[in-house]
Write a protein that binds this ligand. Sequence first.
Ligand SMILES: [Ca+2]
Ligand SMILES: [Ca+2]
Ligand SMILES: [Ca+2]
Ligand SMILES: [Ca+2]
Length: 387
Amino acid sequence: MQKSFTLIVALLALTVSSFAQFPCSSLFISEYVEGSGNNRAIEIYNPTTTTQDLSDYSVGRYANGLTTGMFSTLAGTLEPYDTYVVVLDKRDPNGTGAELPIDAALEAVADTFLNPVYVASNSPMYFNGNDAVALRHFGNDIDIIGRIGEDPGTGWFDFATGTWSTANQTLVRKSTVQIGDVNGTDVFYPDTEWDNYPSNTYSNLGWHTNTCYTPACASQTNFANITGLATSYNVNDPVVTLTATPQGGVFFGNGVFGNQFSPGSAGIGTHSIVYTIVDGNGCVHSDALCTTVDLNVNIGGSEIASTEGLDVYPNPGNGLFNLEVDGFDGVISYTVYDAYGKEVKFGSFVANGLEHESIDISQQAIGAYILQVQTSRGLYHEHLIVQ
Ligand SMILES: [Ca+2]
Ligand SMILES: [Ca+2]
Ligand SMILES: [Ca+2]
Ligand SMILES: [Ca+2]
């Protein structure tokens, strides 16, 4: 009992201390600009599905190894998967020395400007490489660049090569990072979560690529298309190679083997051929086309316009069909083909008024057949179903 109570308390403590620190659940810093002169920017990214009230957030720094920070509260809102670019407010074109204006390209991509006047005790955006920079939510650090309480000299250098750092660089958060670095006291290597760009690079500001974002699958209609399928085939036609865009999906349907469609294997009838592909976001896309496979009938004569006076019953049946002809004269011949175009029955008789002819294909397999009747008035076709 005591043990389980302790466990529950420990679990509760763990839950409280890591509140809101789940992937894709909190804002984080997606870009950091520490350039020449006064060129400074922090880009914030919203990886969540809801609009965030930026007045709950602040940005700032722990200067030169200090453990007390200075922060500026933000304002406005930030839409899901959007960015907010905070830039140091030095825009006076006549400024020189410490008042040097920021580059025009940086000014152009700002969503807000902060700290126009340097005040030693309150200058959050005046970081210069050796200051831990942080994003706060309700006064709590939720993402920290650098190490609070440590002055690294120039800046924190990358572990892999030791050739770049938090000074005179633009750092872009790797797209796979889905949560801020909430631990501001451990060793910091920028290359763990950041890619580096030359000093005064601004072209990545105002947007961020991140794996928290998955586009709605429904927004991608007409993504998959079957391109290599005719609307009709004869049953004796050769195998067809199916094609579709984009490549990499799979085909399904009667007569489909891999990317090959065999009209003969599909058999007589209408078949739905489906192409399915999964895109890079895990969205499933499909395209379906119908194709009809028919018998390749080469006997002359035109189809009888009206089937009045011709009937076959019972159909579907057990293989014993009655062909009824009424009002026809002369020789009537009939042929039954199976689904692969093979003749399985032939017969003929002389009609004189009302006639009944028995057609027996009960020895054939269950399936679909085609009955072709040749009369003095033309041809008549009907599907026979043996079940
Ligand atoms: Ca500093
Ligand atoms: Ca600098
Ligand atoms: Ca850290
Ligand atoms: Ca960016």
